[in-house]
Design a protein around this ligand. Structure first.
Ligand SMILES: Nc1nc2c(ncn2[C@@H]2O[C@H](COP(=O)(O)OP(=O)(O)OP(=O)(O)O)[C@@H](O)[C@H]2O)c(=O)[nH]1
Ligand SMILES: [Mg+2]
Length: 325
């Protein structure tokens, strides 16, 4: 059971402060989530009813593609249109959070005086699953705090647990020239996960060709409701940014029109819930054995003295028996 600690009671105090736009409360609750402190979840429970208003935009692509630079320019463009923007920069390769090293990768500075912008970077402290949970909770917090847009930057494409596809309404895949022909275009079916493609560093040679290749790949796909556009951008100068914002907005409108937004959001909420549930059961099952007992079972498995199916049944039934006792 999730117990409430004294300092999260009443839980609605944190929630109310976040909902009211209190930055310090927001930062504090994000830290609760990062530290697996039950106060974080307590606040999320109170705030869930307020979520579902932000447009959650994932930005993903290879290291150094310009994701943060693009995010910075997107913030500027959206602020110019009177919108507020929250940013979560997730880096599964960094053990740091909020600190200098991630800061270097974030490249979104100069927004500290603007109350319409909130930027938070997160790294892996414990497990990837822990990071995914904290990042997802942070997105929900920013949504509940009333930001019009929540941008989520992650490195790479298709890393199972921090997969941006699972959290965003709109996924922007950033490609760049000069990485070699197909590593980016064909890898892990990025044409399937992108709702919008940004070919960044369009000031460098080869950008047009990357764009053409992407267009060709996309032509092969089946896009009944939405055909992902390919936008050339130069994050450094801001070229193509209004077009990118337009494409992202068009995608959102298409989701709404096709009655897909609610479905997509429910699917991700369900998946996140089922993942948490599976993780919890798995943890409980493993915790019902001592380290020595587990080590013996694994070595029996390795030596083929025990088959994995019998072991699975044993682990499950012992756990279930203990539950029912
Ligand atoms: N020439 C050129 N350089 C760019 C452009 N956009 C970004 N850069 C440069 O590319 C480098 C990486 O940019 P970032 O925005 O940090 O890229 P990132 O994808 O966030 O990088 P990681 O978070 O480390 O994966 C920086 O030196 C940027 O100045 C662009 O449009 N053209
Ligand atoms: Mg970055």
């Amino acid at each position: 059971m999730i117990e409430h600690k004294d300092y999260c009671v009443p839980a609605d105090t944190w929630a109310a402060r976040v909902a009211g736009g209190d930055r310090r409360a927001l930062a504090r609750v994000i830290s609760f989530l990062e530290n697996d402190d039950p106060c974080g979840v307590a606040a999320l429970k109170e705030l869930y009813a307020r979520t579902g208003r932000a447009h959650i935009v994932g930005i993903t692509g290879p290291p150094g593609a310009g994701k943060s630079s693009l995010a910075d320019k997107l913030i500027r463009e959206l602020r110019g249109r009177g919108k507020t923007v929250g940013v979560v920069a997730v880096d599964p390769t960094s053990p740091f959070s909020g600190g200098a090293i991630l800061g270097d990768r974030v490249r979104m500075q100069g927004w500290t005086g603007d109350s319409g912008v909130y930027i938070r970077s997160m790294g892996t402290r414990g497990s990837l699953g822990g990071l995914a949970r904290a990042a997802y909770g942070t997105i929900q917090l920013l949504d509940a705090a009333g930001f019009d847009y929540v941008l989520v930057e992650t490195v790479g494409v298709g890393q199972s647990e921090v997969d941006i596809v699972r959290v965003a309404d709109t996924v922007v895949v950033v490609a760049v020239p000069g990485l070699g022909d197909d590593i980016q275009v064909s890898k892990a079916g990025i044409t399937e996960i992108g709702d919008v493609f940004a070919v960044n560093k369009a000031d460098l040679p080869g950008a047009e060709r990357v764009a053409t290749e992407l267009e060709m790949m996309l032509d092969l796909g089946n896009h009944a409701a939405w055909r992902p556009p390919v936008v050339l951008t130069v994050a450094a100068s801001g070229k193509g940014i209004p077009e990118l914002v337009q494409a992202v907005g068009d995608h959102f409108a298409a989701l709404v029109r096709a009655d897909q937004l609610v479905k997509r959001r429910l699917a991700r909420e369900k998946e996140a819930l089922l993942l948490r549930l599976a993780e919890r059961v798995r943890r409980e099952i493993l915790q019902s054995w001592s380290q020595e007992e587990l080590a013996r079972l694994w070595s029996d498995l390795a030596a083929r003295r025990l088959d994995p199916y019998t072991l699975e049944e044993r682990l499950y039934s012992v756990w279930k028996g203990a539950k029912e006792a």
